[in-house]
Design a protein around this ligand. Structure first.
Ligand SMILES: Nc1nc2c(ncn2[C@@H]2O[C@H](COP(=O)(O)OP(=O)(O)OP(=O)(O)O)[C@@H](O)[C@H]2O)c(=O)[nH]1
Ligand SMILES: [Mg+2]
Length: 440
């Protein structure tokens, strides 16, 4: 079974309440206030891991709760903070809150985000003591932790997305170029859920996603609709497959492009390669006239291939062109989505998958980082390696803090921060620690 969305109830821990208490000792009849503060509630944190591939585990675990902070107690005992809940999710997971707003978009291994903040603990009465108020009887209550019913969504991170009408030969192509074994049949809508496969050419791998066929009106929900297009939203390249036996081939092509456009302008702007399929039984003149008809709408320069999955005609040439374009796009978006691929076939959480199970392994994922700009003066930096360094930094020590600044520079983070408008007085937060960027 393939799960790509799940509804979950997310609840951060409540803050503990402060205590009202007075010292009682034998020889001190009127002891001062000694009620301790409440502990902070735990956060709910989502962390992406390459070791998970599906949202299967959320099907039966719809409640994700962090621990509450403990109440304060007498003798100035502060309540213990509630433990954070760290939820592991696959790379490519997006979390939305109840209003549909994206609260986390985790795109590389180790990337993490607090999705619900624990409540502050309340002050105990000792806090309220002053020269004019010797016996305060007030204490604060803890603040409730954030909570909402949210939605988790997994977007498969494929390099190439296959689009086309049903029966165009998409799944057959995938089965010939990869080790995926999707269902293939001579009727429409054979494929009901996405398939993934890894294609290899000249010792290079890339990931292909095969989705159910589109038809005219898919964006209005016709056929299986356009809901599977989200799985190829992040691909670098689209491979548009068209049955060479199609009548009015140019109209067929345009019909699919219209549906893509209605779904998203982003998708229509993606690099596209066109392949005429099933040419094994056709005469060269027919193929040539079909290509000519297609060129009327796609122009003379568009990459158009004539292939047969059955006789393997032109398959390697097509794969080479796909690889070339995938690389070009990745180079252009340097830093995002460079994944080494690893296939782990079989079972996930004891359940057989319809999908070949793909492990996405980020190369040197520890080195990856990203910046969240809260304002011109406040930035958050995420990334496994830089967070580790920040946690080891003693900010009270000038040399230690400067070493972290050096590392920020070496990793290219400082340059990106200044490009985004940060200066020496900007506050930088890494792993929950905030400091001034300082002179670079
Ligand atoms: N002769 C020939 N037949 C092909 C070729 N590729 C696919 N077919 C046939 O075309 C039919 C449809 O193939 P599929 O791969 O299931 O098509 P699809 O695009 O995945 O279809 P949906 O999943 O319904 O969207 C099957 O009967 C295939 O055997 C080819 O290169 N040559
Ligand atoms: Mg199919």
């Amino acid at each position: 079974m393939f799960i790509d969305t799940a509804k979950v109830f997310i609840k951060a821990g409540d803050g503990g309440s402060g205590a009202v208490s007075f010292r009682h000792e034998i020889y001190i009849p009127k002891g001062g206030p000694d009620g301790g503060n409440g502990g902070q509630g735990g956060d709910v944190i989502f962390r992406a891991t390459k070791d998970m591939n599906t949202l299967l585990k959320f099907r039966y675990a719809p409640e994700l709760k962090a621990k509450d902070g403990a109440n304060g107690a007498k003798r100035l005992c502060a309540g213990r903070s509630g433990e954070d809940l760290v939820v592991e999710v696959p790379v490519g997971t997006i979390v939305r809150d109840g209003s549909g707003k994206i609260v986390a978009d985790l795109t590389f291994d180790g990337d993490w985000k607090i999705v619900a903040k624990g409540g502050e603990g309340g002050f105990g009465n000792a806090h309220f003591k002053s020269s004019t108020r010797q016996t305060p009887k007030i204490a604060e209550k803890g603040v409730p932790g954030e909570e909402y019913t949210g939605e988790i969504e997994l977007k498969l991170l494929a390099d190439v997305g296959l689009v086309g009408f049903p029966n165009a030969g998409k799944s057959t192509f995938l089965s010939v170029v990869s080790n995926a074994r999707p269902e293939i049949a001579n009727y429409e809508f054979t494929t009901l859920t996405p398939n993934l496969g890894v294609a290899t050419i000249d010792q290079n791998d890339f990931l292909i996603a095969d989705i159910p066929g589109l038809i005219e009106g898919a964006s209005d929900g016709k056929g299986l609709g356009d809901k599977f297009l989200k799985h190829i939203e992040r691909t670098s390249v689209l491979l548009h497959l068209i049955d060479a036996y199609s009548e009015n081939i140019a109209e067929k092509y345009t019909a699919i492009r219209n549906e893509l456009e209605k779904y998203s302008e982003d998708l229509i702007g993606r690099n596209e390669i066109i392949a005429l399929t099933k040419i094994d039984g056709l005469d060269d003149e027919i193929i040539a006239s079909q290509i000519a008809a297609l060129r009327e709408v796609v122009g003379v320069d568009a990459p158009v291939f004539a292939i047969s999955s059955l006789s393997h005609t032109n398959i390697e040439n097509l794969l080479r062109e796909l690889l070339k374009q995938v690389r070009a796009v990745k180079l252009a978006n340097e830093g995002s989505g460079k994944y080494a691929l690893e296939i782990a076939e079989g079972f996930v959480d004891g359940e057989e998958m319809d999908l070949p199970v793909i492990k996405l392994e980020a190369k040197n994922s520890d080195d990856k980082w990203r910046i969240e700009k809260l304002s011109d003066k406040m930035f958050v930096v995420y990334g496994a390696k830089i967070e580790k360094f920040a946690l080891k930094t003693d900010f009270g020590n000038f040399h230690s803090a400067n070493r972290l600044r050096d590392i920020l520079q070496k990793m290219g983070i400082a340059a990106e921060l200044s490009r985004q408008g940060a200066d020496e007085l900007s506050e930088i937060t890494i792993a929950g620690l905030t400091f001034l960027l300082g002179k670079q």
